[in-house]
Design a protein around this ligand. Structure first.
Ligand code: SF4
Length: 351
């Protein structure tokens, strides 16, 4: 469970990221893709919040919108007490050192024409007034911190392996001593044998530097290893948010149950009996279904699900589910968690 004494470093409230769809000769706006559609969560100081879901569920867009790499359609993001959603470009630039991102594809995120030394030094050039000698020394220290050989500082990215390139990306993200890092599928492009090394490095850096992570991944096994709490996303919304142990031991939302049942189980008999196979495709985020957005695929769908959007309920301390099975009026006998009066919202505020 999460330590109650921890403070929320990041507060996301009602975040929406809708992309317009234009069509016709005049390129009129004919609709919008609701990639992120009203997401709220906190990330506590020193923790790793895992954000999981299928490809296309909006988790990477959410991560970028949190750092304001995208201008959100609605909602607010407060990082270390500063509401970054309302900052001017000039003030936003001043807060950039606090928040950084590690990208999925290290090959694509590193300039192939710059030596590693210059890539890592770039944020220092942009945001600090250090002398050239001080910057060079800082770059070497960063290379040490992420396990890169100092002798390779003048080499270009193509001379490194995938895992080493991701270490370069991490060193660059650390250059300005950030507090909060969004790790967007940081191991997805790496060989399996290298993935554990990079995750161990991220954990080690978190311990040493007191970092806070939003760890975006579709790899549920890796999230189970690294995350303190886990948020499950489906079609632009968070359907369940819970401490890691509770979520993996007993997923409550039907989508979380299906997602976790797809994780390979060493015991074939157990895997066969526990597997929840979803039918149908994920609906288009430009035209989500009415009511619960999972109602077209949910094995436990009820009439109300087609009519009413389920609200987040705190069903156990620190555990939130958006599903009518857990609401006061529609809870069925099959639900295992007892519903509680809605005393707090997902962020711990009284409602
Ligand atoms: Fe399934 Fe209804 Fe719960 Fe949605 S609200 S997950 S459709 S039971």
């Amino acid at each position: 469970m999460l330590d109650d004494t921890k403070q929320a470093l990041v507060q996301v409230r009602g975040l929406k990221m809708h992309f317009p769809i234009h069509a016709g000769l005049l390129q009129r706006r004919v609709g919008e893709v609701k990639a992120v559609d009203g997401v709220s969560f906190d990330v506590f100081e020193g923790e790793t919040l895992g954000l999981v879901g299928e490809s296309g569920c909006g988790k990477s867009t959410c991560g970028r919108a949190v750092l304001r790499l995208y201008e959100a359609t609605a909602g607010s993001v407060t990082i270390d007490g500063v509401d970054i959603s309302t900052l001017s470009p000039k003030d936003l630039r001043k807060t950039r050192p606090t928040m950084q991102m590690v990208f999925q594809d290290p090959q694509a995120s590193l300039n192939p024409r710059m030596p590693v030394r210059d890539i890592i030094q770039e944020p220092l050039d942009e945001h600090t007034s250090l002398s050239t000698a001080e910057k060079r020394e800082k770059v070497l220290e960063l290379m040490d911190a992420v396990g890169l050989n100092r002798k390779f500082a003048t080499r270009f990215p193509h001379a490194f392996s995938g895992g080493q390139r991701q270490r370069i990306g991490i060193a660059r993200a650390l250059a300005l001593n950030p507090k909060f890092i969004v790790c967007d599928e940081p191991i997805a492009a790496l060989d399996v044998s290298i993935q554990a090394q990079v995750v161990n490095l991220l954990e080690d850096l978190q311990q040493r530097l007191g970092l806070t992570y939003l760890f975006i991944s579709h790899d549920l096994s890796m999230v189970r290893h690294i995350a303190t709490r886990v948020a499950v996303m489906y079609l632009g919304r968070i359907v369940e948010l819970a401490p890691r142990e509770a979520l993996y031991a007993k997923p409550l939302h039907p989508y979380t149950q299906a997602l976790l049942s797809a994780v390979p189980e060493p015991d074939p008999d157990l895997a066969k009996s526990a597997r929840v196979v979803l039918t149908g495709d994920v609906p288009s985020p430009s035209n989500p279904p009415k009511g619960c957005n999972f109602c077209t695929r949910c094995p436990q769908v009820m009439d109300i699900c087609h009519e009413k959007d389920p609200e987040q309920q705190e069903v156990e301390p620190g555990r939130f589910v958006a599903c009518h099975l857990f609401s006061q009026t529609t809870k069925t006998a099959g639900s295992t968690a007892e519903p509680r009066p809605q005393e707090h919202n997902q962020q711990g505020e009284k409602t």
